[in-house]
Ligand binder design. Structure first.
Ligand SMILES: [Fe+2]
Ligand SMILES: [Fe+2]
Length: 174
């Protein structure tokens, strides 16, 4: 689609993505709650709505060019995680602290820490993909198949799982 990147419409697409993503999360949780209360039919409706909202979120995110190749996505998510803990949760924590909300301060700080770990985890994955060590070690190590639980010992992760036949992408160090 063609529109000016600085237009109100571009801004609206961004907002639409945020709303659809939040709607997806909300309906997933409402569905779980309905299921917990024995309202299976309602839970199924929420499940369907949740997946339709996710489809809308995807549509708008793709429209913004927000889904790229693996490297690009890793870089984007690393930046996003960093932005979240640094620019959002840390300032949220100090505001809560200034306002005298101790528990909330603690919760913002704890969430910031988790986002920081997300950033580090993704960074490590990106780095090991770049230097080729993601599926390769310098010595024989355990590789575990995330599909069937098969464990093998070798330098390289198996190209396919000898037990279930799933591809290398399912393996991680035991
Ligand atoms: Fe995160
Ligand atoms: Fe397997």
């Amino acid at each position: 689609m063609r529109y000016d990147k600085n237009s109100q419409s571009a801004e609206n697409i961004k907002k639409a993505f945020g709303d659809e993503a939040a709607g997806h999360a909300r309906y997933m949780l409402f569905g779980e709650e309905a299921r917990r209360n024995g309202e299976e039919h309602l839970a199924n409706v929420y499940d369907r709505l949740a997946s339709e909202e996710l489809a809308h979120a995807e549509m708008w995110l793709r429209e913004m060019g927000g889904v790229g190749g693996t490297e690009e996505n890793l870089n984007a998510s690393i930046a996003e995680e960093k932005h979240d803990w640094m620019m959002h949760y840390m300032p949220y924590a100090s505001t809560a602290d200034h306002e005298g909300y101790e528990e909330l301060t603690e919760r913002f700080l704890n969430t910031a820490n988790v986002e920081k770990r997300h950033e580090a985890e993704l960074k490590e994955i990106l780095g090991s993909r770049r230097n080729g060590s993601f599926y390769r070690d310098s010595e024989a190590v355990e590789w575990r198949c995330g599909n069937c639980g098969y464990v093998g010992i070798s330098e390289n992760a198996p190209a396919v799982c000898p037990l279930c036949g799933y591809p290398r992408g399912y393996f991680r160090r035991g």
